[in-house]
Unconditional design. Structure first.
Length: 119
């Protein structure tokens, strides 16, 4: 199985456990890995035989912007589901990070990763 990686998809959103996160918002960054068969596109050189990366990026950004979940786990799950709805993708890995979590004395970033398959 072949794969495509899209890294550094950034968008401002309103997902978070604390009320201020859902009001003030914060930046999220998403990396996705897509498993699919690229052999036909590799031979044909036609975009119709693969996925259009722009649609994946736009879809992820739109979900981040419009969703209001308490947990980033839910946001990552919804991103994975929406990507798997696109034809031809057998499996997806979503890495979702927030770099400004409102946790006292913590300057790092929080990243979660999940992998989902069509089956």
């Amino acid at each position: 199985m072949d794969l495509i990686q899209l890294t550094g998809i950034r968008s401002y959103g309103y997902t978070g456990y604390l009320a201020e996160e859902q009001v003030l918002g914060q930046w999220f960054e998403v990396d996705v890995t897509l498993w699919l068969d690229l052999s036909i596109a590799g031979s044909s050189d036609r975009i119709t035989d693969t996925i259009d990366y722009r649609s994946i990026i736009s879809n992820v950004q739109q979900l981040i912007k419009t969703s209001k979940f308490a947990l980033v786990e839910k946001l990552a799950t919804e991103i994975a589901k929406s990507i798997l709805d696109i034809g031809g993708i057998a499996q997806v890995k979503v890495q979702l990070s927030k770099s400004a979590a409102p946790i006292p004395d913590f300057g790092g970033k929080i990243t979660l990763e999940l992998t989902r398959s069509k089956n």
